[in-house]
Design a binder for this molecule. Structure first.
Ligand code: KIV
Length: 272
Protein backbone atom coordinates (compact mmCIF):
# COMPACT_ATOMS: atom_id res chain seq x y z
CA UNK A 1 0.00 0.00 0.00
CA UNK A 2 1.43 3.35 -1.04
CA UNK A 3 1.47 6.23 1.40
CA UNK A 4 -0.83 9.00 0.34
CA UNK A 5 0.35 12.52 1.17
CA UNK A 6 -3.27 13.53 1.86
CA UNK A 7 -4.11 11.05 4.56
CA UNK A 8 -2.61 10.44 7.98
CA UNK A 9 0.17 7.87 8.31
CA UNK A 10 -0.92 4.68 10.08
CA UNK A 11 0.93 1.92 11.91
CA UNK A 12 0.13 -0.35 8.95
CA UNK A 13 2.10 2.01 6.69
CA UNK A 14 5.26 1.26 8.67
CA UNK A 15 5.00 -2.47 7.96
CA UNK A 16 4.35 -1.70 4.30
CA UNK A 17 7.42 0.57 4.19
CA UNK A 18 9.56 -2.18 5.70
CA UNK A 19 8.16 -4.71 3.20
CA UNK A 20 9.06 -2.55 0.21
CA UNK A 21 12.45 -1.60 1.62
CA UNK A 22 11.61 2.06 2.20
CA UNK A 23 13.51 3.35 5.26
CA UNK A 24 11.23 4.66 7.99
CA UNK A 25 12.07 8.19 9.13
CA UNK A 26 11.13 9.26 12.65
CA UNK A 27 12.08 12.38 14.60
CA UNK A 28 11.15 13.51 18.06
CA UNK A 29 8.88 16.52 18.52
CA UNK A 30 7.61 18.22 21.65
CA UNK A 31 5.39 21.08 20.47
CA UNK A 32 2.98 22.14 17.74
CA UNK A 33 5.48 24.34 15.92
CA UNK A 34 7.97 21.49 15.54
CA UNK A 35 5.21 19.14 14.41
CA UNK A 36 4.17 21.56 11.68
CA UNK A 37 7.78 21.91 10.50
CA UNK A 38 8.18 18.13 10.41
CA UNK A 39 4.96 17.80 8.42
CA UNK A 40 6.26 20.37 5.94
CA UNK A 41 9.44 18.28 5.60
CA UNK A 42 7.41 15.12 4.93
CA UNK A 43 8.48 13.29 8.09
CA UNK A 44 6.02 10.38 8.49
CA UNK A 45 6.47 9.51 12.18
CA UNK A 46 6.81 11.86 15.16
CA UNK A 47 7.89 10.53 18.53
CA UNK A 48 6.97 12.57 21.56
CA UNK A 49 9.90 11.05 23.40
CA UNK A 50 10.47 11.28 27.12
CA UNK A 51 13.79 12.82 26.04
CA UNK A 52 11.46 15.80 26.57
CA UNK A 53 12.77 15.76 30.13
CA UNK A 54 16.35 16.31 29.04
CA UNK A 55 16.12 18.53 25.95
CA UNK A 56 13.13 20.69 26.91
CA UNK A 57 12.49 20.48 30.65
CA UNK A 58 16.10 20.68 31.85
CA UNK A 59 16.37 17.39 33.73
CA UNK A 60 19.56 15.26 33.71
CA UNK A 61 17.69 12.05 32.87
CA UNK A 62 14.27 11.00 31.59
CA UNK A 63 13.31 9.61 35.00
CA UNK A 64 11.52 12.73 36.38
CA UNK A 65 9.21 13.07 33.37
CA UNK A 66 5.57 12.56 34.35
CA UNK A 67 2.62 11.25 32.41
CA UNK A 68 1.06 14.71 32.69
CA UNK A 69 4.22 16.22 31.11
CA UNK A 70 3.94 13.78 28.22
CA UNK A 71 0.23 14.41 27.72
CA UNK A 72 0.73 18.19 27.77
CA UNK A 73 3.38 18.08 25.02
CA UNK A 74 1.83 15.24 23.01
CA UNK A 75 -1.43 17.15 22.72
CA UNK A 76 0.47 20.08 21.22
CA UNK A 77 2.28 17.81 18.74
CA UNK A 78 -0.97 16.20 17.62
CA UNK A 79 -2.56 19.63 17.14
CA UNK A 80 0.45 20.71 15.07
CA UNK A 81 0.48 17.85 12.58
CA UNK A 82 -1.99 17.04 9.85
CA UNK A 83 -0.38 13.87 8.65
CA UNK A 84 2.37 12.26 10.74
CA UNK A 85 1.79 9.22 12.92
CA UNK A 86 2.30 10.48 16.49
CA UNK A 87 3.80 8.02 18.97
CA UNK A 88 3.99 9.00 22.64
CA UNK A 89 6.46 7.63 25.18
CA UNK A 90 5.03 6.18 28.38
CA UNK A 91 7.41 7.71 30.94
CA UNK A 92 9.11 6.09 33.92
CA UNK A 93 6.57 5.32 36.60
CA UNK A 94 3.60 5.06 34.26
CA UNK A 95 4.05 1.36 33.38
CA UNK A 96 6.10 -0.09 36.23
CA UNK A 97 2.97 -1.15 38.15
CA UNK A 98 2.31 -3.82 35.52
CA UNK A 99 -0.09 -4.23 32.59
CA UNK A 100 -3.10 -2.65 34.30
CA UNK A 101 -1.05 0.40 35.29
CA UNK A 102 0.34 0.72 31.74
CA UNK A 103 -3.12 0.31 30.24
CA UNK A 104 -4.48 3.11 32.42
CA UNK A 105 -1.57 5.35 31.33
CA UNK A 106 -1.90 4.51 27.63
CA UNK A 107 -5.67 5.07 27.67
CA UNK A 108 -5.07 8.54 29.13
CA UNK A 109 -2.52 9.29 26.38
CA UNK A 110 -4.85 8.30 23.55
CA UNK A 111 -7.96 9.96 25.05
CA UNK A 112 -6.32 13.20 26.16
CA UNK A 113 -3.90 13.83 23.26
CA UNK A 114 -5.42 12.28 20.15
CA UNK A 115 -2.16 10.42 19.44
CA UNK A 116 -2.40 7.07 17.67
CA UNK A 117 0.23 5.00 19.50
CA UNK A 118 2.43 4.72 22.57
CA UNK A 119 6.02 3.55 23.08
CA UNK A 120 7.35 1.74 26.12
CA UNK A 121 10.78 0.50 27.10
CA UNK A 122 11.76 -3.10 27.70
CA UNK A 123 12.00 -6.41 25.85
CA UNK A 124 10.77 -9.73 27.24
CA UNK A 125 10.01 -8.13 30.59
CA UNK A 126 7.56 -5.75 28.87
CA UNK A 127 5.93 -8.31 26.57
CA UNK A 128 2.91 -9.02 28.78
CA UNK A 129 2.27 -5.29 29.11
CA UNK A 130 2.55 -4.81 25.35
CA UNK A 131 0.08 -7.66 24.78
CA UNK A 132 -2.43 -6.13 27.21
CA UNK A 133 -2.32 -2.75 25.45
CA UNK A 134 -2.51 -4.28 21.98
CA UNK A 135 -5.51 -6.41 23.01
CA UNK A 136 -7.16 -3.18 24.18
CA UNK A 137 -6.68 -1.73 20.69
CA UNK A 138 -3.69 0.47 21.47
CA UNK A 139 -0.79 0.32 18.98
CA UNK A 140 2.53 -0.10 20.82
CA UNK A 141 6.09 0.61 19.73
CA UNK A 142 8.77 -1.25 21.71
CA UNK A 143 12.22 0.04 22.72
CA UNK A 144 15.22 -2.20 23.45
CA UNK A 145 19.01 -1.90 23.67
CA UNK A 146 19.90 1.25 25.61
CA UNK A 147 16.64 2.06 27.37
CA UNK A 148 17.27 5.42 29.07
CA UNK A 149 14.70 4.87 31.84
CA UNK A 150 17.06 2.11 33.11
CA UNK A 151 20.10 4.43 33.18
CA UNK A 152 20.75 3.71 36.85
CA UNK A 153 20.56 -0.06 36.33
CA UNK A 154 22.97 0.24 33.37
CA UNK A 155 25.36 2.45 35.37
CA UNK A 156 25.24 5.17 32.71
CA UNK A 157 24.36 5.61 29.04
CA UNK A 158 26.39 2.65 27.76
CA UNK A 159 26.41 0.87 24.41
CA UNK A 160 24.37 -2.34 24.75
CA UNK A 161 24.51 -5.66 22.87
CA UNK A 162 28.15 -6.41 23.62
CA UNK A 163 29.44 -9.56 25.31
CA UNK A 164 28.48 -13.20 25.43
CA UNK A 165 24.81 -13.86 24.79
CA UNK A 166 23.93 -10.19 24.30
CA UNK A 167 22.80 -10.52 20.67
CA UNK A 168 20.72 -13.61 21.46
CA UNK A 169 19.12 -11.72 24.35
CA UNK A 170 18.20 -8.79 22.10
CA UNK A 171 16.84 -11.14 19.44
CA UNK A 172 14.71 -12.82 22.11
CA UNK A 173 13.51 -9.37 23.21
CA UNK A 174 12.40 -8.31 19.71
CA UNK A 175 10.82 -11.73 19.12
CA UNK A 176 8.81 -11.41 22.35
CA UNK A 177 7.70 -7.87 21.48
CA UNK A 178 6.74 -8.92 17.94
CA UNK A 179 4.72 -11.87 19.28
CA UNK A 180 3.03 -9.57 21.80
CA UNK A 181 1.86 -7.37 18.91
CA UNK A 182 4.23 -4.40 18.90
CA UNK A 183 4.00 -2.66 15.50
CA UNK A 184 7.64 -1.48 15.50
CA UNK A 185 10.63 -1.46 17.83
CA UNK A 186 13.27 1.19 18.56
CA UNK A 187 16.76 -0.28 18.93
CA UNK A 188 19.17 2.11 20.66
CA UNK A 189 22.97 2.20 20.95
CA UNK A 190 24.16 -1.22 19.85
CA UNK A 191 27.05 -2.17 17.54
CA UNK A 192 26.25 -2.02 13.82
CA UNK A 193 26.64 -5.77 13.46
CA UNK A 194 24.14 -6.30 16.27
CA UNK A 195 21.66 -3.89 14.71
CA UNK A 196 21.91 -5.83 11.46
CA UNK A 197 21.24 -9.24 13.01
CA UNK A 198 18.49 -8.03 15.36
CA UNK A 199 16.66 -6.26 12.50
CA UNK A 200 17.00 -9.30 10.25
CA UNK A 201 15.54 -11.53 12.97
CA UNK A 202 12.64 -9.21 13.81
CA UNK A 203 9.11 -9.80 12.54
CA UNK A 204 8.33 -6.07 12.85
CA UNK A 205 10.18 -2.95 11.65
CA UNK A 206 13.22 -2.02 13.73
CA UNK A 207 13.95 1.71 13.92
CA UNK A 208 17.52 2.39 14.98
CA UNK A 209 19.21 5.15 16.91
CA UNK A 210 22.88 4.36 17.11
CA UNK A 211 22.21 0.88 15.71
CA UNK A 212 23.92 1.31 12.32
CA UNK A 213 22.43 1.48 8.84
CA UNK A 214 21.12 -2.07 8.47
CA UNK A 215 17.81 -1.58 10.26
CA UNK A 216 14.42 -0.56 8.87
CA UNK A 217 14.55 3.11 9.77
CA UNK A 218 16.27 5.80 11.83
CA UNK A 219 15.19 8.18 14.56
CA UNK A 220 17.02 11.19 15.96
CA UNK A 221 16.19 13.66 18.69
CA UNK A 222 15.02 17.04 17.30
CA UNK A 223 17.60 19.13 19.18
CA UNK A 224 20.45 16.80 18.18
CA UNK A 225 19.71 16.70 14.46
CA UNK A 226 19.22 20.46 14.25
CA UNK A 227 22.31 21.29 16.29
CA UNK A 228 20.31 22.98 19.03
CA UNK A 229 22.05 21.25 21.92
CA UNK A 230 25.35 21.97 23.58
CA UNK A 231 28.09 19.81 25.02
CA UNK A 232 29.14 16.29 24.11
CA UNK A 233 26.68 14.11 22.26
CA UNK A 234 26.58 10.40 21.45
CA UNK A 235 28.61 9.11 18.51
CA UNK A 236 25.48 8.37 16.47
CA UNK A 237 24.27 11.98 16.43
CA UNK A 238 24.59 13.90 13.18
CA UNK A 239 23.73 17.60 13.32
CA UNK A 240 22.26 18.77 10.01
CA UNK A 241 22.47 22.43 11.01
CA UNK A 242 23.84 24.67 13.75
CA UNK A 243 20.60 26.17 15.00
CA UNK A 244 22.16 26.82 18.41
CA UNK A 245 24.83 29.02 16.83
CA UNK A 246 22.34 30.65 14.47
CA UNK A 247 19.82 31.25 17.25
CA UNK A 248 22.40 32.86 19.52
CA UNK A 249 23.53 35.07 16.62
CA UNK A 250 19.93 36.15 15.94
CA UNK A 251 19.33 36.90 19.63
CA UNK A 252 22.55 38.92 19.79
CA UNK A 253 21.51 40.87 16.70
CA UNK A 254 18.14 41.71 18.28
CA UNK A 255 19.79 42.78 21.54
CA UNK A 256 22.31 44.89 19.68
CA UNK A 257 19.64 46.65 17.59
CA UNK A 258 17.52 47.39 20.66
CA UNK A 259 20.55 48.82 22.42
CA UNK A 260 21.67 51.01 19.51
CA UNK A 261 18.13 52.09 18.59
CA UNK A 262 18.08 50.43 15.14
CA UNK A 263 15.04 48.37 16.12
CA UNK A 264 12.19 49.13 15.86
CA UNK A 265 12.50 51.10 12.62
CA UNK A 266 9.74 53.26 11.13
CA UNK A 267 8.42 50.24 9.19
CA UNK A 268 7.69 48.45 12.48
CA UNK A 269 5.52 51.23 13.89
CA UNK A 270 1.76 51.79 13.49
CA UNK A 271 0.42 54.92 11.85
CA UNK A 272 -1.92 57.18 13.85
O1 KIV B 1 12.78 9.61 24.29
C1 KIV B 1 13.19 9.57 23.11
O2 KIV B 1 13.39 10.60 22.45
C2 KIV B 1 13.47 8.27 22.54
C3 KIV B 1 14.24 8.23 21.26
C4 KIV B 1 15.63 8.60 21.49
C5 KIV B 1 14.10 6.91 20.58
O3 KIV B 1 13.11 7.28 23.10
Amino acid sequence: RQMNADRPVTVQDLAAMRDRGEPIVMVTAYDANAAGLADAAGIPVLLVGDSLGMVVLGHDTTIPVTLDDMIHHAGAVVRGTGRALVVVDLPFGSTQGGPADALHSAVRVLKETGAAAVKLEGGRRAAETVRTLVEAGIPVMGHVGLTPQSVHAFGGYRVQGRGDGAVEALEADVAALGEAGAFAIVLEAVPTVVGRSVAAASSVPVIGIGAGPDVHGQVLVWHDLLGLGEGPHPRFVKAYDDLRGRTIAALRAFASEVRDGTYPGPEHGYGA
